[in-house]
Design a protein around this ligand. Structure first.
Ligand code: BUJ
Length: 548
């Protein structure tokens, strides 16, 4: 049976570009505040245990629902929690609605664990094995699996998980000649064909173990020296220690830095962020092991190293994938940006929307750099709806164009009060766009659905979709996404077009930060230079100084 979100799944699953860089984003975690808990094995063990606790809560339907609170203070209120708990499930939604709290769709969570995207010719498939009880661990390009749950759903003792991880770190001391991982960086049709060869060569059991594992833990043999290196590591890594098709991979570097790289077709940032928040909180507040905990004796459980049968044809496919991957990695730049002169607190006092101000700054920047407005995208969750995924907020509008034009081309023509007024208008308008998108009143998914209907009926393509304006609108140069969380250190994703930028950002309490990616390194650098200029201009006007 066709369900209403199938076309959106198809959009992802039919895409033939590699998932790495083109689709998979990453979110990296803050370090554990207790310094000594950040060694690779301690952090990995604690995060694995917290992740499995999350999985158990999910499976036992004990996970608190995701709720959007119009008045966030309610989220902390015991009275509210008690009130909701007492209501029968059939009416709990109405109870929450009465106090302006809106339960969100959580249907994506069923694919968070035990899931993989399987490459198939022309359209991939999503696979989930709810019965899988084993963890997939990658080290130096080798694959290991061991059970982290017993048949009754009990978590393996943390000291045993610790022992298995220590064993794996010792065992995988060198790289394999051919690491299968590179195949998951391939374009999807090529990978689908090689996967078929792998199956025919007798690797079915191993592939099933990978696909159905609870998740993939990547124990990396690298200590990133700064946030740029960390972003490269989390976004694409070196290819040989990732399985990019897994619903998510928890990556832990040698210095205990943790992050999640996730495949995007099954779900969106909201579900992954909830998971990240919970495991960060649980692993730091209730760590399963402490730095001097002794690992269990190994005999209690079994850890299996997966050995693959690779013929000449598969080996050359791995080599080809590796070459392509390394070539693409050479081209992608990651640049961090920090603006320390204001943040959310200042903007809120100015009665402005922090998100709107950041987006306006991006619009001004593009106007300054390219001399025109360009196609821009801000991701917005539509989890308020059943099976909701995302809508696009279009930060480019008549008001942002006028404001950008005034700031870039007519710097001395307008009074400070006039410029301030324009910023206010942009903020108001952006708030409206955000609300409309979240409430399903954006236009992008509407047009997407109309196009889908037309194609599925075999109609000739309506002119609208062939129009150059429509093409331009969908050649997204500025692809942006934001998230706020005390658990998150960094995040990022690749550009969606070869001449575009991927911009993960956050307006923090006292500063503005973004992590940007792009294939055009010089343009990306210039963008960030102009962004700083734009934010300074905005600050000048907000503090009553004329533009110079
Ligand atoms: O729009 C969609 O349907 C999904 C989008 C697609 N796209 C990434 C192309 C916009 N997916 C998401 O929005 C998920 C992105 C998850 C990562 C978000 C990263 C945000 C980074 C915040 C922290 C930055 C701090 C920098 C400090 C220097």
């Amino acid at each position: 049976m066709m369900i209403s979100t199938d076309p959106w799944f198809d959009m992802y699953l039919c895409a033939r570009d590699p998932v790495v860089l083109n689709f998979n984003p990453f979110i990296s975690l803050n370090p554990d505040p207790k310094e000594a808990y950040n060694s690779q094995v301690v952090r990995a063990t604690n995060l694995v245990v917290s992740s499995i606790k999350f999985l158990n809560s999910l499976n036992n339907e004990l996970l608190r629902p995701d709720i959007y609170y119009v008045n966030p203070k309610w989220s902390q209120s015991r009275l509210f929690k008690k009130f909701i708990r007492l209501l029968p499930t059939s009416v709990s939604w109405y109870g929450a609605y009465m106090v302006n709290a809106y339960p969100l769709d959580m249907s994506q969570y069923k694919r968070l664990f035990n899931s993989s995207r399987i490459p198939k010719l022309n359209k991939d498939e999503l696979f989930t094995n709810e019965l899988g009880r084993h963890l997939l661990v990658m080290r130096n390009g080798h694959f290991y699996v061991f059970d982290v749950l017993d048949p009754g759903g009990n978590i393996l003792h943390p000291s045993e998980i610790q022992a298995q991880l220590i064993y794996i770190l010792q065992d995988a001391d060198r790289l394999p000649e051919f690491s299968l991982c590179y195949l998951t960086t391939e374009d999807r049709n090529t990978w689908a064909a090689v996967r078929q060869q792998l199956l025919e060569a007798g690797n079915e059991d191993n592939l099933q173990k990978i696909d159905g594992a609870v998740f993939c833990l990547c124990l990396d043999n690298i200590s990133p020296k700064d946030d740029t290196e960390l972003s490269h590591c989390m976004l694409h890594g070196r290819g040989f220690n990732r399985w990019f098709d897994k619903s998510f991979s928890l990556i832990i570097t040698s210095d205990g830095t943790a992050g999640v790289n996730f495949e995007h077709s099954w779900g969106d940032g909201v579900a992954v962020l909830r998971f990240v928040n919970e495991v960060y909180r649980n692993s730091t507040r209730h760590p399963a092991i402490v730095p001097h905990s002794s690992p269990a004796a190994l005999s209690a459980t079994k850890c299996e190293r997966l050995e693959f049968k690779l013929n000449d044809s598969i080996q050359s496919a791995i080599n080809a994938a590796r070459m392509k991957f390394e070539e693409t990695n050479e081209k992608i730049s990651v640049r961090m940006f920090e603006f320390r002169k204001f943040g959310k607190e200042f903007l809120v006092k100015q009665k402005l929307s922090p998100d709107a101000v950041f987006q306006l700054a991006c619009q001004m920047t593009a106007y300054r750099q390219f001399g025109k407005i360009i196609s821009s995208y801000e991701a917005c969750s539509t989890a308020a709806f059943k099976h909701g995924r995302t809508e696009t907020i279009r930060p480019t509008s008549i008001v942002t164009k006028q404001c950008s034009h005034a700031f870039v081309e007519e710097r001395s023509k307008h009074s400070v009060a006039e410029l301030r007024n324009m910023i206010d208008e942009c903020s108001k308008y952006h708030r409206r766009l955000q609300l409309e998108a979240a409430l399903g009143k954006g236009f992008d998914r509407h047009l997407f659905a109309l196009k889908h209907l037309s194609v599925s009926r075999g109609d000739p393509m309506p002119e609208l979709f062939l129009d150059s304006a429509y093409q331009k609108l969908n050649h997204i140069i500025l692809s942006t996404s934001t998230l706020h969380s005390p658990a998150v250190h960094l995040g990022g994703f690749g550009p969606v077009v070869p001449d575009g930028f991927g911009i993960g950002y956050n307006v923090f309490d006292t500063w503005v930060g973004c992590n940007t990616t792009g294939y055009l390194n010089r343009e990306l650098q210039e963008f960030l230079r102009c962004l700083e200029y734009s934010l300074n201009d905005i600050l000048d006007v907000l503090e009553g100084r004329p533009l110079v």
